[in-house]
Design a protein around this ligand. Structure first.
Ligand SMILES: *Cc1c(COP(=O)(O)O)cnc(C)c1O
Length: 395
Protein backbone atom coordinates (compact mmCIF):
# COMPACT_ATOMS: atom_id res chain seq x y z
CA UNK A 1 0.00 0.00 0.00
CA UNK A 2 1.54 3.37 -0.93
CA UNK A 3 1.85 5.38 2.27
CA UNK A 4 0.61 8.92 2.21
CA UNK A 5 3.55 10.92 3.52
CA UNK A 6 1.65 14.20 3.93
CA UNK A 7 1.01 15.45 7.45
CA UNK A 8 -2.29 14.76 9.16
CA UNK A 9 -3.54 18.34 8.99
CA UNK A 10 -2.79 18.53 5.25
CA UNK A 11 -4.68 15.26 4.81
CA UNK A 12 -7.58 16.64 6.88
CA UNK A 13 -7.86 19.65 4.60
CA UNK A 14 -7.09 18.15 1.18
CA UNK A 15 -7.37 14.37 1.56
CA UNK A 16 -9.86 12.62 -0.68
CA UNK A 17 -10.74 15.76 -2.63
CA UNK A 18 -10.43 16.45 -6.34
CA UNK A 19 -8.66 19.72 -7.09
CA UNK A 20 -11.15 20.53 -9.83
CA UNK A 21 -14.57 20.74 -8.31
CA UNK A 22 -17.89 21.58 -9.98
CA UNK A 23 -18.40 25.29 -10.70
CA UNK A 24 -14.78 26.02 -9.69
CA UNK A 25 -15.87 25.76 -6.07
CA UNK A 26 -13.25 25.48 -3.33
CA UNK A 27 -15.59 23.31 -1.28
CA UNK A 28 -17.26 20.01 -2.18
CA UNK A 29 -20.87 20.56 -3.19
CA UNK A 30 -23.69 18.77 -1.43
CA UNK A 31 -25.10 16.65 -4.23
CA UNK A 32 -28.64 16.57 -2.93
CA UNK A 33 -30.33 13.99 -5.13
CA UNK A 34 -31.83 10.57 -4.53
CA UNK A 35 -31.14 9.21 -8.00
CA UNK A 36 -28.86 9.76 -11.02
CA UNK A 37 -29.72 10.13 -14.71
CA UNK A 38 -28.46 7.97 -17.60
CA UNK A 39 -28.40 9.71 -21.00
CA UNK A 40 -29.22 6.49 -22.82
CA UNK A 41 -29.24 2.71 -22.45
CA UNK A 42 -25.62 2.45 -23.62
CA UNK A 43 -24.50 4.54 -20.65
CA UNK A 44 -26.51 2.34 -18.30
CA UNK A 45 -24.95 -0.83 -19.72
CA UNK A 46 -21.45 0.69 -19.51
CA UNK A 47 -22.09 1.50 -15.86
CA UNK A 48 -23.51 -1.95 -15.10
CA UNK A 49 -20.55 -3.73 -16.69
CA UNK A 50 -18.12 -1.55 -14.77
CA UNK A 51 -16.69 0.37 -17.77
CA UNK A 52 -17.80 3.67 -16.30
CA UNK A 53 -17.45 4.71 -12.66
CA UNK A 54 -20.39 6.92 -11.67
CA UNK A 55 -23.37 7.09 -9.33
CA UNK A 56 -26.63 5.24 -9.87
CA UNK A 57 -28.94 5.54 -6.87
CA UNK A 58 -28.60 7.33 -3.54
CA UNK A 59 -28.64 4.22 -1.35
CA UNK A 60 -25.47 3.02 -3.11
CA UNK A 61 -23.58 6.27 -2.92
CA UNK A 62 -23.30 9.97 -3.50
CA UNK A 63 -20.28 12.09 -4.48
CA UNK A 64 -20.20 14.06 -1.21
CA UNK A 65 -20.05 10.81 0.78
CA UNK A 66 -17.27 9.47 -1.45
CA UNK A 67 -15.05 12.48 -0.69
CA UNK A 68 -15.63 12.01 3.05
CA UNK A 69 -14.86 8.28 2.77
CA UNK A 70 -11.59 8.87 0.94
CA UNK A 71 -10.59 11.57 3.42
CA UNK A 72 -11.16 9.28 6.41
CA UNK A 73 -9.32 6.40 4.69
CA UNK A 74 -6.34 8.72 4.17
CA UNK A 75 -6.38 9.93 7.78
CA UNK A 76 -6.44 6.36 9.07
CA UNK A 77 -3.87 5.14 6.52
CA UNK A 78 -6.30 2.50 5.20
CA UNK A 79 -7.03 1.40 1.65
CA UNK A 80 -10.71 2.24 1.82
CA UNK A 81 -13.49 3.42 4.12
CA UNK A 82 -17.28 3.05 4.24
CA UNK A 83 -19.51 5.67 5.82
CA UNK A 84 -22.80 4.98 7.54
CA UNK A 85 -25.73 6.94 8.90
CA UNK A 86 -24.43 6.50 12.49
CA UNK A 87 -21.72 4.78 14.47
CA UNK A 88 -24.18 2.04 15.46
CA UNK A 89 -25.15 1.50 11.84
CA UNK A 90 -21.44 1.04 11.06
CA UNK A 91 -20.96 -1.31 14.02
CA UNK A 92 -23.99 -3.52 13.37
CA UNK A 93 -23.31 -3.60 9.62
CA UNK A 94 -19.68 -4.62 9.89
CA UNK A 95 -20.49 -7.40 12.38
CA UNK A 96 -23.40 -8.74 10.36
CA UNK A 97 -21.40 -8.50 7.13
CA UNK A 98 -18.54 -10.52 8.59
CA UNK A 99 -20.44 -13.12 10.63
CA UNK A 100 -22.81 -15.90 9.62
CA UNK A 101 -25.02 -18.31 11.52
CA UNK A 102 -22.82 -20.66 13.57
CA UNK A 103 -19.95 -18.18 13.87
CA UNK A 104 -18.42 -17.00 17.13
CA UNK A 105 -17.30 -13.50 18.07
CA UNK A 106 -15.29 -12.36 21.10
CA UNK A 107 -16.01 -8.94 22.58
CA UNK A 108 -13.99 -7.08 25.24
CA UNK A 109 -16.57 -6.36 27.92
CA UNK A 110 -15.98 -2.66 28.51
CA UNK A 111 -17.77 -0.93 25.69
CA UNK A 112 -20.44 1.42 24.47
CA UNK A 113 -23.80 0.39 25.91
CA UNK A 114 -25.56 -0.20 22.58
CA UNK A 115 -22.62 -2.18 21.16
CA UNK A 116 -22.86 -4.49 24.18
CA UNK A 117 -26.64 -4.74 23.77
CA UNK A 118 -26.32 -5.64 20.09
CA UNK A 119 -23.77 -8.37 20.82
CA UNK A 120 -25.60 -9.72 23.86
CA UNK A 121 -29.21 -9.60 22.72
CA UNK A 122 -29.37 -9.44 18.94
CA UNK A 123 -26.49 -11.54 17.56
CA UNK A 124 -27.57 -14.72 19.44
CA UNK A 125 -30.99 -14.49 17.74
CA UNK A 126 -29.15 -15.14 14.47
CA UNK A 127 -27.24 -18.09 15.93
CA UNK A 128 -24.05 -16.10 16.33
CA UNK A 129 -22.25 -17.01 19.55
CA UNK A 130 -20.79 -14.20 21.61
CA UNK A 131 -18.21 -14.44 24.39
CA UNK A 132 -17.44 -11.41 26.51
CA UNK A 133 -13.95 -11.37 27.97
CA UNK A 134 -12.57 -9.03 30.56
CA UNK A 135 -11.07 -5.97 28.91
CA UNK A 136 -7.32 -6.31 28.74
CA UNK A 137 -7.21 -9.97 29.85
CA UNK A 138 -5.18 -11.50 27.01
CA UNK A 139 -5.06 -15.01 28.51
CA UNK A 140 -8.85 -15.07 28.75
CA UNK A 141 -9.00 -13.75 25.18
CA UNK A 142 -6.67 -16.45 23.85
CA UNK A 143 -8.52 -19.26 25.60
CA UNK A 144 -11.93 -17.99 24.41
CA UNK A 145 -10.97 -18.61 20.78
CA UNK A 146 -12.59 -21.67 19.17
CA UNK A 147 -12.50 -22.95 15.61
CA UNK A 148 -15.71 -21.02 15.00
CA UNK A 149 -14.27 -17.67 16.09
CA UNK A 150 -14.23 -15.20 13.23
CA UNK A 151 -13.80 -11.84 14.90
CA UNK A 152 -12.43 -10.11 18.00
CA UNK A 153 -14.00 -6.76 18.85
CA UNK A 154 -12.72 -4.14 21.25
CA UNK A 155 -12.73 -0.45 21.89
CA UNK A 156 -9.47 1.32 22.65
CA UNK A 157 -9.52 3.44 24.70
CA UNK A 158 -12.71 2.05 26.21
CA UNK A 159 -15.86 3.78 27.38
CA UNK A 160 -16.02 5.02 30.14
CA UNK A 161 -12.76 4.01 31.90
CA UNK A 162 -10.39 4.79 29.04
CA UNK A 163 -8.65 1.44 29.30
CA UNK A 164 -6.14 0.91 26.54
CA UNK A 165 -5.87 -2.39 24.67
CA UNK A 166 -2.41 -3.68 23.78
CA UNK A 167 -2.98 -3.85 20.02
CA UNK A 168 0.22 -5.81 19.35
CA UNK A 169 -0.82 -8.56 21.74
CA UNK A 170 -4.34 -8.81 20.35
CA UNK A 171 -3.03 -8.99 16.78
CA UNK A 172 -0.56 -11.70 17.77
CA UNK A 173 -3.27 -13.82 19.43
CA UNK A 174 -5.69 -13.28 16.53
CA UNK A 175 -3.07 -14.10 13.89
CA UNK A 176 -2.29 -17.47 15.53
CA UNK A 177 -5.91 -18.46 14.87
CA UNK A 178 -6.53 -16.49 11.67
CA UNK A 179 -9.17 -14.40 13.40
CA UNK A 180 -9.88 -10.83 12.31
CA UNK A 181 -9.80 -7.89 14.72
CA UNK A 182 -12.09 -4.86 14.77
CA UNK A 183 -11.10 -1.88 16.94
CA UNK A 184 -13.58 0.86 17.79
CA UNK A 185 -11.19 3.80 17.88
CA UNK A 186 -13.81 6.49 18.44
CA UNK A 187 -12.15 7.82 21.62
CA UNK A 188 -8.66 7.92 20.09
CA UNK A 189 -9.26 9.05 16.50
CA UNK A 190 -6.50 8.67 13.87
CA UNK A 191 -4.86 11.75 15.38
CA UNK A 192 -3.86 9.76 18.46
CA UNK A 193 -3.83 6.12 17.35
CA UNK A 194 -3.53 4.21 14.07
CA UNK A 195 -4.64 0.61 14.72
CA UNK A 196 -4.07 -0.47 11.09
CA UNK A 197 -0.32 0.15 11.56
CA UNK A 198 -0.39 -2.54 14.25
CA UNK A 199 -2.00 -5.08 11.93
CA UNK A 200 -5.58 -4.54 13.07
CA UNK A 201 -7.97 -5.46 10.23
CA UNK A 202 -10.74 -2.91 10.67
CA UNK A 203 -11.09 0.38 12.53
CA UNK A 204 -14.49 1.76 13.41
CA UNK A 205 -15.45 5.29 14.36
CA UNK A 206 -18.58 6.95 15.52
CA UNK A 207 -17.92 9.94 13.25
CA UNK A 208 -20.61 11.68 15.29
CA UNK A 209 -17.86 12.30 17.84
CA UNK A 210 -14.37 13.69 17.09
CA UNK A 211 -14.36 13.25 13.30
CA UNK A 212 -17.44 15.44 12.85
CA UNK A 213 -16.42 17.30 15.97
CA UNK A 214 -19.19 19.88 16.25
CA UNK A 215 -22.07 18.03 17.92
CA UNK A 216 -24.11 18.58 14.77
CA UNK A 217 -24.18 15.33 12.77
CA UNK A 218 -24.55 11.55 13.05
CA UNK A 219 -22.30 9.23 11.10
CA UNK A 220 -20.10 6.16 11.43
CA UNK A 221 -17.05 4.95 9.54
CA UNK A 222 -15.30 1.62 8.97
CA UNK A 223 -11.76 1.63 7.55
CA UNK A 224 -9.65 -1.29 6.33
CA UNK A 225 -8.40 -3.21 3.30
CA UNK A 226 -10.24 -2.79 0.00
CA UNK A 227 -11.72 -6.33 -0.05
CA UNK A 228 -13.04 -6.10 3.53
CA UNK A 229 -14.56 -2.67 2.93
CA UNK A 230 -16.09 -3.90 -0.35
CA UNK A 231 -17.91 -6.62 1.61
CA UNK A 232 -19.13 -4.10 4.18
CA UNK A 233 -20.29 -1.78 1.40
CA UNK A 234 -22.18 -4.56 -0.34
CA UNK A 235 -24.01 -5.18 2.93
CA UNK A 236 -24.76 -1.46 3.23
CA UNK A 237 -26.09 -1.35 -0.36
CA UNK A 238 -28.74 -3.87 0.71
CA UNK A 239 -29.51 -2.68 4.23
CA UNK A 240 -29.38 1.03 3.44
CA UNK A 241 -27.51 2.60 6.38
CA UNK A 242 -25.61 5.05 4.19
CA UNK A 243 -24.74 8.60 5.31
CA UNK A 244 -26.81 11.24 3.51
CA UNK A 245 -25.17 13.95 1.35
CA UNK A 246 -25.77 16.72 3.86
CA UNK A 247 -24.32 14.70 6.76
CA UNK A 248 -21.31 13.86 4.58
CA UNK A 249 -20.81 17.56 3.83
CA UNK A 250 -20.87 18.46 7.53
CA UNK A 251 -18.35 15.68 8.17
CA UNK A 252 -15.98 17.04 5.48
CA UNK A 253 -16.45 20.53 6.94
CA UNK A 254 -15.69 19.28 10.45
CA UNK A 255 -12.64 17.32 9.32
CA UNK A 256 -10.96 20.43 7.88
CA UNK A 257 -10.02 21.47 11.43
CA UNK A 258 -9.58 17.92 12.75
CA UNK A 259 -5.88 18.24 13.64
CA UNK A 260 -6.32 21.65 15.29
CA UNK A 261 -9.26 20.45 17.33
CA UNK A 262 -7.53 17.27 18.46
CA UNK A 263 -4.48 19.19 19.58
CA UNK A 264 -6.69 21.31 21.83
CA UNK A 265 -8.76 18.30 23.04
CA UNK A 266 -5.53 16.51 23.97
CA UNK A 267 -4.09 19.52 25.80
CA UNK A 268 -7.37 20.28 27.60
CA UNK A 269 -7.95 16.63 28.47
CA UNK A 270 -4.55 16.34 30.13
CA UNK A 271 -4.89 19.67 31.97
CA UNK A 272 -8.36 18.81 33.29
CA UNK A 273 -7.29 15.27 34.27
CA UNK A 274 -4.28 16.60 36.21
CA UNK A 275 -6.44 19.16 37.98
CA UNK A 276 -9.06 16.58 38.95
CA UNK A 277 -6.46 14.07 40.12
CA UNK A 278 -5.06 16.64 42.51
CA UNK A 279 -8.43 17.79 43.87
CA UNK A 280 -9.42 16.64 47.37
CA UNK A 281 -13.10 16.19 46.40
CA UNK A 282 -12.23 13.72 43.61
CA UNK A 283 -11.74 10.10 44.61
CA UNK A 284 -10.30 8.79 41.36
CA UNK A 285 -9.54 10.12 37.89
CA UNK A 286 -9.37 7.95 34.76
CA UNK A 287 -7.30 9.31 31.89
CA UNK A 288 -4.70 7.33 29.91
CA UNK A 289 -2.29 10.28 30.01
CA UNK A 290 -2.03 10.08 33.81
CA UNK A 291 0.78 7.94 35.21
CA UNK A 292 -1.69 6.54 37.73
CA UNK A 293 -3.85 5.06 34.94
CA UNK A 294 -3.61 1.30 34.33
CA UNK A 295 -3.18 1.83 30.60
CA UNK A 296 -0.56 4.59 30.84
CA UNK A 297 2.41 2.59 29.57
CA UNK A 298 0.64 1.00 26.61
CA UNK A 299 -0.96 4.34 25.82
CA UNK A 300 2.48 5.99 25.68
CA UNK A 301 3.69 3.22 23.36
CA UNK A 302 0.83 3.16 20.88
CA UNK A 303 -0.83 6.58 21.13
CA UNK A 304 0.48 10.04 20.34
CA UNK A 305 -2.07 11.84 22.53
CA UNK A 306 -4.77 10.83 24.98
CA UNK A 307 -7.90 12.59 23.78
CA UNK A 308 -10.49 14.73 25.46
CA UNK A 309 -12.54 12.31 27.54
CA UNK A 310 -11.84 12.27 31.28
CA UNK A 311 -13.82 10.06 33.67
CA UNK A 312 -13.73 10.51 37.43
CA UNK A 313 -15.41 9.61 40.69
CA UNK A 314 -16.62 12.37 42.97
CA UNK A 315 -15.83 11.83 46.64
CA UNK A 316 -19.45 11.29 47.68
CA UNK A 317 -22.60 9.48 46.65
CA UNK A 318 -25.25 9.75 43.95
CA UNK A 319 -26.68 12.98 45.36
CA UNK A 320 -23.32 14.68 45.84
CA UNK A 321 -22.53 13.90 42.22
CA UNK A 322 -25.89 15.24 41.02
CA UNK A 323 -25.19 18.49 42.90
CA UNK A 324 -21.76 18.75 41.30
CA UNK A 325 -23.11 18.11 37.78
CA UNK A 326 -25.87 20.67 38.28
CA UNK A 327 -23.35 23.25 39.51
CA UNK A 328 -21.06 23.30 36.45
CA UNK A 329 -21.69 26.26 34.17
CA UNK A 330 -19.64 25.74 30.96
CA UNK A 331 -20.19 22.08 29.99
CA UNK A 332 -23.67 21.09 28.90
CA UNK A 333 -25.36 18.11 30.54
CA UNK A 334 -25.74 15.85 27.51
CA UNK A 335 -24.81 12.41 26.18
CA UNK A 336 -22.20 12.07 23.43
CA UNK A 337 -18.61 13.32 23.28
CA UNK A 338 -15.94 14.60 20.95
CA UNK A 339 -17.41 17.96 20.00
CA UNK A 340 -16.07 21.49 20.43
CA UNK A 341 -18.57 22.12 23.27
CA UNK A 342 -17.72 20.41 26.57
CA UNK A 343 -20.36 17.88 27.63
CA UNK A 344 -20.70 16.29 31.05
CA UNK A 345 -22.77 13.34 32.25
CA UNK A 346 -23.30 11.00 35.16
CA UNK A 347 -23.52 7.58 33.40
CA UNK A 348 -25.60 6.04 36.25
CA UNK A 349 -28.34 8.49 35.30
CA UNK A 350 -27.68 9.40 31.67
CA UNK A 351 -27.45 5.98 30.05
CA UNK A 352 -27.98 3.38 32.76
CA UNK A 353 -30.81 4.78 34.91
CA UNK A 354 -33.30 2.05 34.00
CA UNK A 355 -30.83 -0.69 34.88
CA UNK A 356 -30.87 -2.23 38.39
CA UNK A 357 -28.25 -0.61 40.59
CA UNK A 358 -26.58 -3.98 41.27
CA UNK A 359 -26.45 -4.72 37.54
CA UNK A 360 -25.03 -1.26 36.91
CA UNK A 361 -22.30 -1.79 39.51
CA UNK A 362 -21.49 -5.16 37.98
CA UNK A 363 -20.47 -3.48 34.73
CA UNK A 364 -18.59 -0.82 36.66
CA UNK A 365 -21.02 2.08 36.48
CA UNK A 366 -20.77 3.60 39.95
CA UNK A 367 -23.23 6.24 41.21
CA UNK A 368 -20.48 8.84 41.63
CA UNK A 369 -18.90 8.28 38.20
CA UNK A 370 -18.77 11.29 35.88
CA UNK A 371 -17.77 11.31 32.22
CA UNK A 372 -16.49 14.63 31.00
CA UNK A 373 -16.00 15.20 27.27
CA UNK A 374 -13.62 18.12 27.35
CA UNK A 375 -14.27 20.53 24.50
CA UNK A 376 -11.96 23.11 22.97
CA UNK A 377 -12.76 25.97 25.35
CA UNK A 378 -9.83 27.45 27.28
CA UNK A 379 -8.53 24.94 29.84
CA UNK A 380 -8.27 27.65 32.53
CA UNK A 381 -11.96 28.45 32.21
CA UNK A 382 -12.98 24.78 32.35
CA UNK A 383 -10.79 24.17 35.39
CA UNK A 384 -12.09 27.26 37.19
CA UNK A 385 -15.64 26.08 36.48
CA UNK A 386 -14.98 22.55 37.80
CA UNK A 387 -13.30 24.07 40.86
CA UNK A 388 -16.28 26.30 41.73
CA UNK A 389 -18.70 23.37 41.20
CA UNK A 390 -16.63 21.10 43.46
CA UNK A 391 -16.53 23.90 46.01
CA UNK A 392 -20.31 23.82 46.25
CA UNK A 393 -20.72 20.16 47.21
CA UNK A 394 -20.67 18.75 50.72
CA UNK A 395 -19.78 15.13 51.31
C1 LIG B 1 -21.12 7.01 20.31
C2 LIG B 1 -20.39 5.75 20.16
C3 LIG B 1 -20.87 4.74 19.32
C4 LIG B 1 -22.16 4.86 18.58
O1 LIG B 1 -22.11 5.88 17.60
P1 LIG B 1 -23.41 6.69 17.11
O2 LIG B 1 -22.85 7.61 16.08
O3 LIG B 1 -23.98 7.38 18.31
O4 LIG B 1 -24.36 5.68 16.56
C5 LIG B 1 -20.09 3.59 19.19
N1 LIG B 1 -18.93 3.43 19.86
C6 LIG B 1 -18.45 4.39 20.69
C7 LIG B 1 -17.17 4.16 21.40
C8 LIG B 1 -19.17 5.58 20.86
O5 LIG B 1 -18.70 6.51 21.70
Amino acid sequence: MPRNKKGLSTRSVHGGEHRDKPFSSVTNPIVQTSTYVFQNTRELIDYTTGEVDREEYGRYGNPTKSVAERKIAELEGGEDAALFSSGMSAFTSVLLAMLSSGAHVIVMDECYRRSRQFCRQILPRYNIDVTFVKTGDYDELASAITEKTRLIVSESPTNPYLNVIDLEQVVEIAARHRVKVLIDGTFATPYNQKPLDFGIDLVLHSATKYLGGHNDLLSGAVVGSAPLIAAVREFRDVTGGIVDPHGAYLLIRGLKTFALRMEQHNANGLAVARFLEGHPRIRKTYYPGLESHAGYEIACKQMSGFGGVVSFEVDGDMDTTIRFIDAVRIPYIAPSLGGVESLIEQPAIMSFYEMDRSERLEIGIKDELVRFSVGIENADDLIADLDQALGQIQA
